[in-house]
Design a protein around this ligand. Structure first.
Ligand code: DX5
Ligand code: ZN
Length: 219
């Protein structure tokens, strides 16, 4: 599990200065930048859209890990691809045809992710597992940062790890929500390779980004 990647969520950043926040995350050793897009319909919160992502693009060369919590998502995929997303992750509940939406993401040469809400079973992603680059396991109900980690998501990570390894696929497993210094070890041991974190990275140790990223990586 030495190659775990850290994808800080800018949901916990200062939205009035996202450009410099992203620069700081890159300097602090982040591997990816996790960008939560919410529409007030699929989830009970509203964040940012493609125009802001496009404007942020020049502040970092790190991959933009764009988590779309919008429904219906299909017709917006192009906008996020053109805005500079590198990974586009969607929820199965947000599209009529998961296969078509995944293929659309891939048609723009972007990495495709599928996200599973806490109540969404692993079998929802199985039909497209050979087409995608990552599975994003939600360990909180999406919508807000700073929520408590739902322990049963570890079972989901283990189940996915087994399936992915058995089939010799290269799909990454990313976990999102309530990741802390206390649970990061268990998450890695369960088989996740990318940890998303908002509150822990921006709020712990007086917001020492470098220290917090390092601790999540090594804990
Ligand atoms: C929740 C978002 C998460 C969130 C994680 O809907 O998808 O990315 O920002 O934040 P923390 O780490 O604070 O739970
Ligand atoms: Zn997210």
């Amino acid at each position: 599990m030495s190659s775990v990647k850290i994808s800080p969520s800018i949901l916990s950043a200062d939205f009035s200065k996202l450009g410099s926040e992203i620069k700081d995350l890159e300097k602090a050793g982040a591997d990816l930048i996790h960008i939560d897009v919410m529409d007030g319909h699929f989830v009970p919160n509203i964040t940012i859209g493609p125009e802001i992502i496009h404007k942020l693009r020049k502040y970092s060369s790190l991959p933009f890990d764009v988590h779309l919590m919008i429904s219906p998502v299909h017709d917006f995929i192009k906008n996020f691809a053109q805005a500079g997303a590198d990974i586009i992750t969607i929820h199965p509940e947000a599209t009529d045809n998961l296969n078509d939406s995944v293929k659309k993401i891939k048609s723009f040469n972007k990495k495709a992710g599928v996200s599973l809400n806490p109540e969404t079973p692993v079998n929802k992603v199985i039909p497209v597992l050979n087409l995608i680059d990552l599975v994003l396991v939600m360990s909180v109900n999406p919508g807000f940062g700073g929520q408590e980690f739902i322990d049963s998501s570890l079972d989901k990570v283990k189940q996915l790890r087994q399936e992915i390894d058995n089939r010799k696929l290269k799909v990454q497993i990313e976990i999102d929500g309530g990741v802390s210094f206390e649970n990061s070890m268990a998450i890695k041991n369960a088989g996740a390779n990318i940890l998303v974190s908002g509150n822990t990275i921006f709020k712990e140790n007086n917001g020492n980004l470098k220290k917090n990223i390092q601790l999540l990586r090594t804990n």
